[in-house]
Design a protein around this ligand. Structure first.
Ligand SMILES: Cc1cc2nc3c(=O)[nH]c(=O)nc-3n(C[C@H](O)[C@H](O)[C@H](O)COP(=O)(O)OP(=O)(O)OC[C@H]3O[C@@H](n4cnc5c(N)ncnc54)[C@H](O)[C@@H]3O)c2cc1C
Length: 263
């Protein structure tokens, strides 16, 4: 899937319940959600993400709760929103998988995921448009931390080794590494944070590797500061066109995610 139209289907509200939970690594919990309506879910491919809605305790939601109802109550019941990537959608069995990184502290989304049990409700809006993989690109450079692994897996799946790809992923340690769908033209480097400031190991890994060749497309998701530094490196030092450099701040150190778009 790489045409613009197929990558830009509009999102809607989904009211789902947790069906299964699996520990992928010590810090990643895969939460499979379900709803009969998910039989109608049509994905946008690659890094499509969703906004998980967390309403304050005490807000009584109208039922059935729909996109229109969420819009109607929005002026007096604004949910906190957190972004997550669709790791896999299986509309044929009404399931969607989301991989939640359990970062330290009892934070809204991470804390919800750590405590989630089958039967719990999860309300979300999506999917967003997705990154369009260009199969004609000379090469790919994919970078991220554990929050971007779901997107990197989806991009690699779609790329299917059609172009050479270099992948750099920062995780806490070797126990956090995951299996990736790689072919012979893809190389993967895992950078271990080991308690260091997030992004440092990723920066060293990417900048210590060979300079990307002309025509390389860059995709990444990680802490804001390292994404900004890598964007400057790619555009100013490597001379890649800005339009070929798609680096997103997935989270910001010491700041809650503010995500008040979408509705
Ligand atoms: C497009 C997009 C897709 C994303 N996909 C995923 C995904 O599939 N899986 C996933 O786990 N995350 C994903 N994220 C990142 C996730 O949205 C953020 O980590 C979010 O801040 C988590 O919300 P929270 O309520 O747990 O923490 P918040 O309330 O937002 O933040 C609380 C504190 O936790 C810190 N914090 C937040 N995230 C992390 C982290 N990863 N590591 C260490 N400290 C952190 C913040 O700096 C802050 O101090 C994605 C982000 C974007 C923008």
């Amino acid at each position: 899937m790489s045409t613009t139209a197929e990558n830009r289907r509009p999102g809607r509200l989904w009211v789902t319940t947790v069906r299964r939970i699996r520990r992928v690594t010590p810090r990643v919990r895969r939460i499979t959600v379900t709803s009969p309506e998910l039989s109608q879910f049509r994905g946008n491919g690659t890094d499509q993400h969703i906004a998980v809605y967390f309403y304050e305790d005490g807000v009584v939601l109208p039922r059935p709760f729909t996109t229109e109802e969420a819009r109607r109550i929005y002026p007096h019941a604004k949910p906190a929103m957190r972004r997550y990537t669709i790791r896999e959608a299986r509309p044929e069995v009404c399931e969607v998988d989301l991989d939640f990184v359990l970062h330290e502290g009892d934070h809204l989304a991470s804390g919800w995921a750590a405590a989630a049990e089958p039967g719990d409700e999860l309300i979300w809006f999506g999917p967003t448009p997705a990154y369009a993989v260009d199969p004609e690109a000379a090469a790919f450079l994919l970078v991220g931390d554990e929050t971007a692994v779901p997107a990197i897996v989806c991009i690699l799946d779609e790329l299917a080794d059609a172009a050479p790809a270099r992948v750099h992923i920062e995780v806490e340690g070797p126990e956090e590494e995951q299996e990736l769908p790689v072919g012979p033209r893809t190389s993967v480097r895992w950078a271990h944070r080991r308690g260091d400031r997030p992004g440092e190991a990723l920066w060293r890994s990417v900048t210590g590797d060979a300079r990307p060749e002309a025509g390389t497309k860059v995709w990444g998701g990680a802490e804001r500061d390292v994404m900004a530094r890598l964007r400057r490196r790619a555009v100013e030092d490597w001379g890649l066109p800005r339009s070929d450099v798609h680096l997103t701040a997935y989270w910001t150190l010491h700041r809650k995610q503010d995500a008040d778009r979408d509705l």
